[in-house]
Design a protein around this ligand. Structure first.
Ligand SMILES: [Fe+2]
Length: 298
C-alpha cells in the first residue's frame, strides 16, 4: 500500500481540473489519497473532483478547506450548512472524513482527518498563529473569506475554530504500535508559514514580498491543531492552505504540504512548475515512510 498527499487543487481553474483528470487511472488503484481541502467553492465541481479521485484511488480521505465553504452573494444559507452538505456528499461518494485504521501487512496505519479553522489575533491571541508584519493591513481587505464565508452564531464557542476543533471527537487512542498520519487544511504551527533559506534556494526564487500589506499568519491556522497532532502521536502531518510546499521535520514529526495551488503560483515558481503527481508519503515496499526532510530539523 502507498499513501499520497495533495491539497488545494482549486479545480475552478481549467488547467488544474485537467491536471487532476490526468492523474493515472491505473497507477493508484491500490493506494490511498489524502486530499487536504480547497477543491472548489462550486458544489458540483467539488463533487466532480472527489468522484474523479475516488475512481483513481482505492481510498480517499478529505477535509474541507476555506474555499470549499465559500458562498456567492446570491447563495442562501451559511458556510456551516455548506460544510454539512459537503460531508454528506463525501459519505455518498465513499470519501472518508473520519479517522480510519488501515492494516498494511503487519503495520496498522491510522489516517486521521483533523477539522479546524484559523484564528485571527483579535479573536484569540493565544490560539492565533499571528506573527506581526510591518506595514500590514490589519483588516485584510484583500482576504476573500471576509465576504465569502458566512457563519451562523456558534453558540457556546468563542470562534469558528473552536467549533470545528470540537468536532474532532472520535480521535483514536493511539500507541507506539501504530503509525499515525494526520492531516488538516489549516496550518498547525507558525514556523511552517515561513520559508527556510534552503527552500527559497531550491525554488530558485528571490524572496520578494508580492503582497506587503497581506499578513497570512492572521488567517493561517491555530495552535490547538498542534496539540491534537501531539496527542495523536502523529508521525506525519499533512496540511495545505498557504500554497507553499514544504517538507519539515520538527520535534519528531514530519510536516508536509503538497499543494497544486493556482496556475499563476506555478508560473511564478512559488510552487514547482512541474508538479507531476500527488506526493508519496508512505510505501510499504520501500519500508514505510519514504521522505527524508531537510530544512527545519531539530
Ligand atoms: Fe487553497
Amino acid at each position: 500500500m502507498r499513501i499520497f498527499a495533495l491539497s488545494d487543487i482549486h479545480i475552478d481553474y481549467q488547467e488544474n481540473l485537467r491536471w487532476v483528470e490526468a492523474i493515472s487511472d491505473t497507477d493508484y488503484v491500490r493506494d490511498v489519497l489524502i486530499l487536504a481541502g480547497d477543491v472548489s467553492h462550486d458544489r458540483d465541481l467539488c463533487a466532480q473532483a472527489l468522484e474523479c479521485v475516488r475512481r483513481k484511488f482505492a481510498r480517499v480521505f478529505f477535509v474541507p478547506g476555506n474555499h470549499d465553504l465559500w458562498l456567492r452573494s446570491d447563495e442562501s444559507g451559511d458556510s456551516l450548512q455548506k460544510c454539512t452538505e459537503l460531508l454528506d456528499r463525501c459519505r455518498q461518494l465513499d470519501v472518508h472524513t473520519q479517522p480510519r485504521c488501515l492494516t498494511d501487512t503487519s503495520t496498522r496505519i491510522w489516517i486521521v482527518p483533523l477539522f479546524a479553522w484559523y484564528v485571527r489575533p483579535e479573536e484569540d491571541p493565544h490560539e492565533s498563529l499571528f506573527v506581526p508584519k510591518q506595514g500590514e493591513d490589519p483588516h485584510l481587505g484583500m482576504w476573500v473569506d471576509n465576504r465569502a464565508i458566512r457563519w451562523p452564531s456558534f453558540d457556546g464557542f468563542k470562534t469558528a475554530a473552536a467549533y470545528f476543533l470540537a468536532q474532532n471527537q472520535d480521535l483514536p487512542q493511539t500507541d507506539d504500535t501504530a503509525v499515525v498520519i494526520s492531516f488538516s487544511h489549516f496550518v498547525p504551527r507558525p514556523e511552517l508559514i515561513f520559508p527556510t533559506f534552503a527552500e527559497l534556494e531550491s525554488l530558485g526564487i528571490v524572496p520578494v514580498d508580492p503582497q506587503p500589506r497581506f499578513n497570512f499568519s492572521r488567517v493561517a491556522g491555530c495552535h490547538s491543531l498542534e496539540c491534537l497532532i501531539r496527542q495523536l502521536r502523529s508521525q506525519v502531518h499533512i496540511y495545505g492552505h498557504q500554497h507553499r510546499n514544504r517538507q519539515r521535520h520538527i520535534d519528531g514529526i514530519t510536516y508536509l504540504s503538497h499543494c497544486l495551488g493556482y496556475p499563476r503560483e506555478r508560473a511564478h515558481g512559488k510552487i514547482p512548475k512541474n508538479l507531476q503527481q500527488p506526493l508519496l508519503v508512505w510505501d510499504t515496499d520501500a519500508g514505510g515512510r519514504v521522505l527524508s526532510c531537510s530544512g527545519g530539523e531539530r
